[in-house]
Ligand binder design. Structure first.
Ligand SMILES: NC(=O)c1ccc[n+]([C@@H]2O[C@H](COP(=O)([O-])OP(=O)(O)OC[C@H]3O[C@@H](n4cnc5c(N)ncnc54)[C@H](O)[C@@H]3O)[C@@H](O)[C@H]2O)c1
Ligand SMILES: *[C@@H]1O[C@H](CO)[C@@H](O)[C@H](O)[C@H]1NC(C)=O
Ligand SMILES: *[C@@H]1O[C@H](CO)[C@@H](O)[C@H](O)[C@H]1NC(C)=O
Length: 441
């Protein structure tokens, strides 16, 4: 089997028609099966060998004719990705699963916190992965570049730098690779930033999402879609724990409103085009390589810098608490959502693709006071605390997930408690920023 691999990759590189590549999976699997057949039935070895020699013969005979169509493509395409054959080759090789049963997944928001971890996990278990991210500057873009070089590059995940609003780019990627799944995590995240830049939420979470769905539904065999909604859709709902059936029509922020809109938009695309769509409502995800705009992250930074931190309190000194969910648990939930997703039935299909909305939380909320106590212990430093009334700028008092549906649908069982998870985060934080300090000397 080993000597076949280089041959297979050559075969796969022969374009059938200029610029348009058909799924490679079937051809790989075909030869793969022939090979197994050939090993178990020695008398029938002749035909496979003739078949392979035939292909090899033509490959070596006409090297120029195999590269010509691509050179043509290079000169006609003028995107920032150059349309170079090297770009295409890297993208396609990253998209290739290790075995026939592996998935081929496009991950949007791939250099984001959850996207980077999910991409690496998919690649490590043998799936083909292509990342897409616009590397925007909502928070320190160096962290995104580091996630790329330290996590994604090392795992062999190719990341396309581009926007989900770029429909030419999307079409190009979907023409090159037949994806089985799209894990859509690209979004304008964060609740408070909507008061500064409301349009960024509309642009990525609504326009961009629709643009991606339009591209997906136009594919002959559309991939199944798994995407990130948010616990914030529960808004002012005060019934806990939050169940998927609870009301979600009272958003407390524009961010929440765009995520809720996304759920409704997804439903329409499921209904009309038969797309299989799973929306995951994440609950305060934290961990190594996390997001600097989140409290656990900037509390750590401020405590280390001996800066005062503001601890929010609800009305009547009510506690603010979050259902903190560790990144590895969330990633497991994402992978399982991919594995259990039904196929999209596609345009005109008789069968309807499935539509799911599932909570992914930890189901044990922790107060902000406790969060700070844990951080103080781990950092061996006392925080300078100031308790203030939570301003009405988008945050809600409490989140708490009912994860019964995730257990049934995904076999999901969160493992990490906040203390252990923060220990891993703090270890990463000290490491990451120390290394940077040293290297900038
Ligand atoms: N982290 C959490 O606690 C949490 C909770 C609920 C929901 N979510 C959702 O999960 C997803 C991932 O969150 P995260 O914490 O990894 O956030 P993140 O900001 O780290 O990752 C999002 C990535 O998407 C990219 N991006 C944004 N707009 C884009 C666009 N128009 N085109 C291409 N790329 C774009 C960004 O550059 C970023 O790298 C988001 O949809 C977010 O709303 C996160
Ligand atoms: C999804 O697939 C499962 C198993 O094949 C099937 O029982 C279920 O009805 C499907 N759901 C939809 C909505 O197609
Ligand atoms: C959690 O949700 C399930 C439905 O998914 C429901 O049957 C159950 O009663 C809920 N549990 C609580 C504690 O609300």
């Amino acid at each position: 089997m080993i000597p076949l691999n280089p041959i297979l990759s050559h075969i796969d590189n022969i374009p059938s028609t200029a610029g348009k590549f058909k799924p490679e999976k079937s051809s790989v699997c075909y030869i793969h099966h022939r090979l197994r057949f050939h090993i178990s039935h020695p008398k029938l070895t002749l035909w496979p060998i003739i078949f392979l020699s035939f292909i090899l013969f033509f490959f070596f005979l006409s090297p120029t004719s195999t590269t010509a169509p691509r050179r043509g493509l290079r000169t006609t395409t003028t995107t920032s990705h150059g349309g170079s054959s090297r770009w295409e080759t890297r993208l396609k090789s990253s998209a290739k699963p290790r075995s026939c049963t592996g998935h081929t997944v496009l991950v949007t928001g791939a250099v984001g916190f959850i996207g980077a971890h999910a991409s690496v996990a998919l690649k490590r278990r043998g799936d083909g992965v292509v990342g897409l991210d616009n590397f925007n500057r909502y928070y320190d873009v160096n962290l995104k570049h580091s996630r790329k070089s330290k996590l994604l590059d090392r795992a062999g995940v190719f990341v396309v730098e581009g926007d989900i609003n770029d429909d030419v780019l999307l079409r190009r990627i979907f023409d090159l690779v037949q994806f089985t799944h799209v894990l859509h995590l690209a979004a304008q995240a964060g609740v408070r930033y909507a008061m500064i830049n409301p349009n960024s939420y509309i642009k990525s979470n609504i326009d961009g999402f629709v643009n991606l769905l339009e591209a997906v539904k136009s594919i002959t065999e559309p991939p199944a879609m798994v995407w990130a909604s948010s616990s914030s859709v529960y808004g002012l709902n005060s019934k806990v724990p939050f169940s998927e059936k609870d009301r979600t029509d009272q958003p407390a922020s524009l961010y929440a409103a765009t995520k809720k809109a996304g759920e409704e938009i997804a439903h329409a695309y499921n209904h009309i085009y038969g797309l299989s769509i799973t929306g995951l409502r994440f609950f305060t995800v934290y961990g190594p390589w996390g997001r600097p705009d989140m409290a656990y992250f900037f509390f750590t930074k401020d405590i280390l810098n001996r800066k005062e931190i503001s601890i929010f309190e609800g009305d009547n000194h009510g506690t603010i608490a979050r259902d903190f969910t560790y990144i590895d648990d969330v990633v497991k939930g994402c992978l399982s959502a991919i594995d259990t997703a039904n196929k999209s039935s596609g345009n005109g299909g008789k069968k309807k693709g499935e539509f799911r909305i599932i909570n992914l939380g930890n189901t044990s909320p922790v107060s902000v006071h406790k969060l700070v106590r844990i951080l103080e212990k781990l950092l061996k430093m006392k925080a300078k605390k100031k308790v203030v009334l939570m301003p009405r700028n988008g945050d809600v008092a409490l989140t708490h997930a009912n994860i019964s549906l995730a257990r049934i649908e995904l076999g999901y069982e969160p493992r990490m408690d906040l203390e252990m998870g923060l220990k891993k985060f703090v270890k990463w934080y000290l490491d990451y920023y120390d290394v940077k300090k040293k290297s900038s000397w």
